[in-house]
Design a protein around this ligand. Sequence first.
Ligand SMILES: Nc1ncnc2c1ncn2[C@@H]1O[C@H](COP(=O)(O)OP(=O)(O)OP(=O)(O)O)[C@@H](O)[C@H]1O
Length: 305
Amino acid sequence: MSESTMKIIDLHKDIGRKQIIRNLNFEIRPGEVFGFIGPNGAGKTTTIRMMVGLIGITKGDVVIKGHSIKKEYRKAISEVGAIVENPEMYPFMTGWQNLKHFARMSNGITDERIKEVIQLVGLDNAIGTKVGKYSLGMRQRLGIAQALLHSPSVLILDEPTNGLDPAGIREIRRYIRRLAVEENVSVIVSSHLLSEIELMCDRIGIIKNGKLIATNDLNEESDTDTSIVNLDVNPKEEAIEVLRTMPDIEVLETADRLQIRLKRDDIPHLVTTLVHRDIEVYGVNVTQTTLEDRFLEMIGENVID
Ligand SMILES: Nc1ncnc2c1ncn2[C@@H]1O[C@H](COP(=O)(O)OP(=O)(O)OP(=O)(O)O)[C@@H](O)[C@H]1O
């Protein structure tokens, strides 16, 4: 396994007497899109600010490509591109002029590199237009282009989908996935809405009350292929008996409705078995368990606002 791009080691943050972040440990792998999810006030922004050296660390460390943000700030931060607050863009200048302006403030960024990042975020056609005329989504993408100019190993985006309409969210998603692959950059995206970033992430970490309560690999098949099924059958009691004898089926509820959990691929076999046992099947209502359901289960509250 290749070395991690970023390690968050036993991170703590106190502000005044308040313990904001507690005992945070996780790693970001090369080229992955990592979703940092939690309800408002969970501590995402505070963690990200520590990752990029904007605020001090009470205890623990953030190590980026082997460099400690505390002890080797310059080396560590040179590996990071970030949009934490809204990026400062000059509305009276074109996209190109804005990027050129930022490029001048760093060393060694060529016009070729500027063109490359413009292409990566799909702003080729709009780069000669004044930023004041850009949509919010386009401004976000210009911000991402700016953060990528110095070829960082990790790109950190705090709530990149905030305020975007569904089309804008779809675009950001598409470009973030694309640049993770094409630039081989690791991307950390924070959000309080799982549904907005789920589709672009390889893994997610869930934070609540300043603690990481779970990480979840979205590419693992077992996570996506179980289904919750509501059955309308007669006689119900007999069906329940049959279900209990079948391996890999979990009976969730038998009172009002008969609800089970099983692998999606096992549904045809389930129906055949019930029919062979002379049970009448009136309805098989499949609800795919979404990550959102499991997320809400895990954090124990409704975060949709
Ligand atoms: N400077 C500060 N002084 C006191 N408390 C703070 C300060 N900054 C953050 N907090 C508190 O720390 C907690 C975490 O805040 P943070 O902004 O990191 O959460 P978040 O997960 O990013 O939420 P949001 O999605 O609302 O930005 C909150 O309870 C917040 O009130």
